[in-house]
Design a protein around this ligand. Sequence first.
Ligand code: MV4
Length: 460
Amino acid sequence: MFKKILIANRGEVAMRVIFACRELGIKTVAIYSEADENSLHVRFADEDVCIGPARSADSYLNVPAVISAAEITGADAIHPGYGFLSESAYLAEVCEACHIRFIGPDPQVIRLMGDKARARRVMKKAGVPILPGSDGPLDSEERALKLAKDIGYPIIVKATAGGGGRGMRVVRNPSELPNAVKTAQREAEAAFGVPDVYIEKYVESPRHIEFQILGDQFGNVLHLGERECSIQRRHQKLLEESPSPALTEKMRRKMGGIVIDAAKAVQYTNAGTFEFLMDPAGHFYFMEANTRLQVEHPVTEMVTGIDIVKEQIRIAAGEKLSFKQGDVTFTGHSIECRVNAEDPETFTPSPGVIHVFSVPGGPGVRVETLAHSDCTISPYYDSMIAKIIVHGRDRAEAIARMRRVLEMTVIEGIKTSIPLHLKILDDPDFQAGRVSTSFMERFLARPRSNSSGGRLAEAV
Ligand code: MV4
């Protein structure tokens, strides 16, 4: 087992990795930017190294600075968290060259999944259902038009280097295609430095459902069930849950088996997530695979009782998975709300000093946060300041529990998304589990019946 792990991240996820390390008896090294000098992860790590100025590009994204911090402190592994360098095949390669263990999949697997067109081909070959589309990047306008005609409109143009919704264009008729391809290529080049795009049949109002897997270095792969992640706005998830209200046990077993085979086909190791679109008829289609720990991993931990971060560390250290698929059971229901420092109506960031921060505990409540009373929320980073996760015996209990926790949470000094979460929890479609990726758009377009005249209640 590792003696010392450097955490190449900040915020709640850095804390999450520290929790796992402490429980495993592993020393921790925090890295931080000048803006994060007083943050919790620096306070609770055994050692800390300042790696640069506030801007991410000058600190948390600086590979030489991260590696130097690991070498100086003698860390034998790096946990990248999520975001920042977590899906950098380059960092994973540099780690390998420096004899520092990267806690994540091999660089080749990260690189493969980073190329969405290639991942599509490989998944298809492994027997994973994919949508009709191009076998690789588009090479000519004529071929694109011919293919789109064969597939049938609407289609979607996606950047091969994309993900998270950047460089995408929906095309509803052939006259729009040439421009959509050009625009998507330009956006992809600007955002990722790679202009390649591919096309797929477009699914209207799908659900976003993703499967969590774990794979060890001995070829054992397990799935930990799915998460329903359809409640999102502009590709930022707001609320996630497990299990998905749309899946039966039979569907879970079938899809779980498919993702296990797919992961084995690419010799996947460590934690990973296979994202699917589910159409209104209940058919699944592979979208992309994330080669990192995800923000919403706690809902899976709550229903399975498995500590995904500890498993990541054990796997990276070369241990065999200590349990089998049959040992993985799913109990009750879990929901996560991402609390953002933002105006719940305009979604504009709301950085500043939190004077009071108080979240009630009680049965089935878990809070992951970088916040505490009198902390400063920096404008430099992600607006997510806390994740509130609940577990209940069933979905109704989880919803009621989340509502009471949010109602009793006091955050003073900044605006948060909590009033928006309370509204979502009150929605009849949400309560019935009728959600899709169009949910928020429709929800926000609706006139709201509420004492403040169609506006959300004041942030607490
Ligand atoms: C799609 C799609 C419909 N059909 N692909 C958005 C993020 C990127 N990972 C892929 N995305 C989508 N791909 C086909 N063929 C709809 C989306 C999509 C979406 C997916 C998941 C969660 C939220 C979404 C919001 C809008 C569009």
